[in-house]
Design a protein around this ligand. Sequence first.
Ligand SMILES: Cc1cc2nc3c(=O)[nH]c(=O)nc-3n(C[C@H](O)[C@H](O)[C@H](O)COP(=O)(O)O)c2cc1C
Length: 171
Amino acid sequence: MCAMRAMILYDSATGNTEYLAKALGKAMPGVPCCRIGTLSIAETEALGAADRVYLGFWTDKGACSQRLREVLPGLAGKKVFLFGTAGFGAAEDYFAQIIERVRAELPQDCTVTGWYMCAGRMSEVIRLRYEEMLENPATKRKAQLLLANFDAVQAHPNADDAIALLEKAGV
Ligand SMILES: Cc1cc2nc3c(=O)[nH]c(=O)nc-3n(C[C@H](O)[C@H](O)[C@H](O)COP(=O)(O)O)c2cc1C
C-alpha cells in the first residue's frame, strides 16, 4: 500500500490565505505547499499524483477566486480539505455559504473532508471608499456597518486562526 500523498495548493492576492497555507505547510513537513500560478513541472506532477489536497482560496464575489477555479478540474477523484479567508468575517453561516458555492464547483467525484474559513484583512483603499460613503446620508448607515466590519477583520488571519485551521484539518 502506498502512503497517502498530500499537497497544499492555494491562491492568495494579498497574503492572508498564504499565511494560513504556510501554517499548514509548517505543520506538515515534506508536503509541498504551492501557490497557484507558480507551479513547477515537478509540482504539477506532484499534484497529479496527490490523493489529498488542502485547497486554499480568498473570497471573490461570494465564492472562490477565479485563479482557484482554474485548477478545480485537475482535482477529480481527490480528497479535498477547503480553507479560505473572507473580508466579511463575522458569521459562520456566511462562511458555510461560501464553502457550499466552492464545493458545487468541484468535480463531482471529489470528497470534501472538511473546511475552515476565517476573516482576512482588506486593503486601506476599501476603507477610503467606505469613508466616502459616510458623507452621503443615503449610504451613511451602510458605511458605518462596513467600517465596523473592516476594522474588526484587520486582526485576521492571526495565530489563533492558524491554530483553529490545524485543528479542523486534523494536522
Ligand atoms: C476584488 C475583491 C473582491 C472581494 N470579494 C469579497 C467577497 O465577495 N466577500 C468577502 O467576504 N470578501 C471579499 N473580498 C475580501 C477578500 O476575500 C479578503 O480580504 C481575503 O482575506 C483576501 O485574501 P488574500 O490576502 O489571500 O488575497 C474581496 C476582495 C477583493 C480584492
